[in-house]
Design a protein around this ligand. Structure first.
Ligand code: NAD
Length: 326
């Protein structure tokens, strides 16, 4: 048996975590041979609820669960963490403007970035799920100057997975037949789900769908899927978001599928002309515990316009919290 690794999860008494924690503890994220110590962070008023979640985790008697830490102190929850899934965030309250939401979360993610910087493993892999995920990841990263900026990522895997199923349904295939899906940009309604490189059974996806469907059905459906789920379910996506977090971390830790790529919000190095330093979703390949932006993807005028629109939104979000960035 391997030595246990430490997995920190914030917002651990929330909806997403209620699906996520049990799957991490059962080995679905890091493998069936990898014991884990769960280090759970919540705000003080939610510690009692967190205790209940921890009791349920205990009651599963997961062979791979080597310990549970519960705390409302980030420096306890992030201590020596090898993985950190930052799920907890401030939801948008009634009458709250987007700017207020950005600021409220900037306060949370700057404190968590500082705590990671102080106490986490120097190789900690950070996934930000809490919205606005890309900008929250940027804030955490900028507050952790001693950690490699590449260790901070934001989740667009749910968008990626949503796009796979939409295309599979349209082409009477299954998600297993589809490769090379790409989500570019922000995890928001400006994201650009790109089918130009996607393949269905090895053949170009764009040759199998109408341009009209692509522009007026596929793209808006993927962009607005989160809102559609809230409308139907009366609550935001939770199990599917947890599933995407598992997929994202598993691929990062253990490698993405051979001959394919995935989508992750990562530190832009200027690839595809995207402003350096933004946390932008790109096509990436993961190998040996590291990720790399796929180079050489053809960008046509249609794609460029959409990639720029979502880049502009991310730059605006960054500028709105600039006074809080070190
Ligand atoms: N990136 C994505 O694809 C994606 C998808 C779905 C949801 N989300 C986002 O994930 C976040 C969590 O969603 P949820 O449904 O689990 O929400 P939730 O409200 O059920 O749970 C959030 C939990 O976070 C806790 N929390 C708040 N501030 C905290 C802090 N500073 N430290 C630690 N814990 C804190 C809360 O007490 C709560 O228990 C939301 O921001 C949501 O918008 C992202």
């Amino acid at each position: 048996m391997k030595a246990p690794v430490r997995v920190a999860v914030t917002g651990a008494a929330g909806q997403i975590s209620y699906s996520l924690l049990f799957r991490i503890a059962s080995g679905e994220m890091l493998g069936k041979d990898q014991p884990v110590i769960l280090q759970l962070l919540e705000i003080t008023p939610a510690l009692e609820a967190l205790k209940g979640v921890a009791m349920e985790l205990e009651d599963c008697a997961f062979p791979l669960l080597a310990g549970i830490v519960q705390s409302d102190d980030a420096t306890v929850a992030f201590k020596d963490a090898d993985y950190a899934l930052l799920v907890g965030a401030r939801p948008r309250g009634p009458g709250m403007e987007r700017k207020d939401l950005l600021e409220a979360n900037a306060a949370i993610f700057s404190a968590q970035g500082k705590a990671l910087n102080e106490v986490a493993s120097r190789n900690v892999k950070v996934l930000v799920v809490g919205n606005p995920a890309n900008t929250n990841a940027l804030i955490a990263q900028r507050n952790a100057p001693d950690l490699d900026p590449r260790n901070f990522t934001a989740m667009t895997r749910l968008d990626h997975n949503r796009a796979l199923t939409q295309l599979a349904n349209k082409t009477d295939s299954t998600v297993n037949d589809i490769t090379h899906m790409t989500i570019w940009g922000n995890h928001s309604a400006t994201q650009y789900p790109d089918l130009h490189q996607a393949k269905v059974n090895g053949e170009d996806a764009m040759g199998k769908v109408e341009q009209e469907w692509y522009e007026t059905d596929f793209i808006p459906t993927v962009q607005q899927r989160g809102a559609a789920i809230i409308k139907a379910r009366g609550a935001s996506s939770a199990a599917s978001a947890a599933n995407a977090a598992i997929d994202h971390m598993r691929d990062w830790a253990l490698g993405s599928a051979e001959g394919d790529w995935t989508s992750m919000g990562v530190y832009s190095d200027g690839s595809y002309g995207i402003q350096e330093g933004l946390i932008y979703s790109f096509p990436v390949v993961c190998k040996n515990g590291d990720w790399e932006i796929v180079q050489g993807v053809d960008i046509n005028d249609f794609s460029r316009e959409k990639m720029t629109a979502t880049e502009t939104e991310l730059a605006e979000e960054r500028d709105a919290v600039a006074h809080l960035l070190p």
